[in-house]
Write a protein that binds this ligand. Structure first.
Ligand SMILES: Cc1cc2nc3c(=O)[nH]c(=O)nc-3n(C[C@H](O)[C@H](O)[C@H](O)COP(=O)(O)OP(=O)(O)OC[C@H]3O[C@@H](n4cnc5c(N)ncnc54)[C@H](O)[C@@H]3O)c2cc1C
Length: 444
């Protein structure tokens, strides 16, 4: 027999889904929160895991730990593969069962985005993107491994490729990563190698746009660019990557040899639009109504990066604040409907501003008419990011790590962790492996 308490199924325990679940804490509903990972991820600090400042545990929190005390909420680890709007079911694949139907009275889809290579999926093999903890650890491995390989490499001409780091996309993630790699090189690694000089590393930030941080004002963009250049980052604008392969990147006909290319450019929404067979915008985000529901389905909400909603003639940006505010709104709307109260006014995003950090003690901040760059903006950036971490224990540990890194240049985790086994890396070409070893010569 079907329960009489309404069931709210939330797909996605990111910023939007989690905010919706929390907003339903005291509502007379049964909440089922489904995510394909067991953790909520604070994506704005992923670049700090990729560049060794923080560890994965600093920015990921078990979803069960966050909502564990919320008695009306059940957490399921599983991947949703589809929605049956007529039968009001979602299909979930978990560890040992395929396509299990889970019934809902209300459905909230907050499944975020994935990487988009703008039609060049062949780039993915050589230029990983940064979206999950696994991505961040893989990129961290790649960056640290490049220095290790260069130190062991007999042929100095190969050092150039190994110590060239290319970031494709000069939005906040590209800018933050480029500056963080520069600090890694100049502050942390500089005195630890004997056969290479880590400070000789080239860090190149590419974008086809005419300026970095395109969503910020021109003044803040140029302040960020100037800061990047001071840190030794080569900023190349006006041309995207024509080709990315095992040897590096081709930009405007020029080959940049590199063994570490990171994709910090486009994103594409999750397939929620296909599951619902609903209208989407050009990017594939589900077009929602001002109350965040899908047309003709007042029981289905789509939130955050997966949703498309215009405000004052412009689409809302794919940022955490939008997702959180929408999550709270959807939770409140469902609660009010169930208890028979009038619905809230249509959703309106309150923009608290944008920030991006550019190296040590420097950030840019834009909020309404306020535009600041420098140390004050960096303090504001640090305070806001600490405040939005999911658990208070993380606020303490991240704060301590930041102070330690700020004062000493030391990082939270520089481990190269191979999660797929313990095999040593295979030689990349015959010639290199057959060459007489300088290492053995040195040790004689
Ligand atoms: C590297 C990076 C840096 C960023 N920096 C900033 C920043 O500085 N400031 C800012 O405001 N925003 C930033 N963002 C954007 C911000 O993180 C997103 O806007 C925000 O996470 C959107 O929230 P969401 O709830 O829509 O999706 P997400 O937070 O991405 O959550 C989606 C959840 O759905 C789950 N999921 C997806 N598909 C399925 C499925 N089929 N079945 C089950 N579960 C599924 C995922 O595991 C995930 O937990 C950044 C994003 C990235 C990637």
């Amino acid at each position: 027999m079907r329960e009489t308490i309404p069931r709210v199924v939330i797909v996605g325990g990111g910023f939007g889904g989690l905010a919706a679940a929390k907003a339903l804490k005291n509502a007379p509903v049964k909440v089922i929160l489904i995510d394909r990972t067991n953790h909520h991820l604070f994506q704005p600090l992923l670049y700090q895991v990729a560049t060794s400042v923080l560890t994965p545990g600093h920015i990921g929190s078990p979803i069960r730990g966050i909502v564990g005390k919320q008695q009306n909420t059940t957490v399921i680890l599983g991947e949703v593969n589809g929605v049956d709007k007529d039968k009001k079911l979602v299909w979930v694949t978990d560890a040992d069962r395929n396509c299990v139907p889970v019934a809902y009275d209300f459905l909230i889809l907050a499944t975020g985005v994935t990487h988009s290579y703008f039609g060049h999926n062949e780039f993915a093999e050589f230029a990983p993107g940064l979206k999950s903890l696994a991505d961040a650890v893989a990129i961290r491995n790649k960056i640290l491994q490049a220095f290790e390989q260069a130190e062991a490499e007999e042929d100095p001409t190969r050092h150039r490729d190994l110590l060239t780091f290319v970031l494709v996309g000069a939005g906040p993630t590209g800018v933050e990563m480029a500056s963080a790699i520069a600090l890694l090189v100049h502050n942390t690694l500089k005195s630890e190698f004997r056969r290479i000089n880590p400070e000789s590393a080239r860090i190149i930030l590419l974008d086809m746009a005419p300026r970095v941080l395109g969503s910020f004002s021109e003044g803040l963009s140029s302040a960020a660019k100037e800061r990047l250049e001071k840190l030794g980052v080569e900023v190349r604008l006006g041309h995207g990557a024509d080709r990315i392969d095992a040897d590096g990147v081709v930009v405007a006909g020029e080959r940049i040899f590199s063994k570490t290319v990171v994709w910090t450019a486009g994103v594409a929404p999750s397939p929620a639009g296909k599951w619902l067979n609903a209208a989407t915008d050009r990017a594939g985000r589900v077009r929602v109504q001002p109350d965040l529901t899908v047309p003709d389905h007042p029981e289905i909400f789509v939130l955050g990066d997966t949703a498309s909603l215009d405000q004052d003639g412009k689409p809302l940006p794919g940022v955490a604040q939008v997702a959180m505010q929408q999550g709270r709104y959807a939770g409140k709307l469902i609660r009010r409907r169930i208890v028979g109260q009038s619905p809230p006014a249509p959703f309106r995003y309150f923009d608290k501003g944008n920030m991006a950090v550019v190296g040590k003690g420097f950030a840019v901040l834009q909020s309404g008419k306020v535009r600041i760059s420098g140390f004050l903006a960096w303090l504001a950036w640090a305070a806001v990011h600490l405040q939005f971490l999911a658990q208070s224990s993380l606020r303490v540990t991240v704060f301590v790590q930041w102070v330690w890194t700020y004062l000493t240049g030391q990082r939270g985790s520089r481990l190269i962790v191979n999660h797929h086994g313990t095999e040593p890396p295979k030689p990349t070409n015959e010639k290199a492996s057959a060459a007489p070893s300088v290492l053995t010569t040195v040790s004689k």
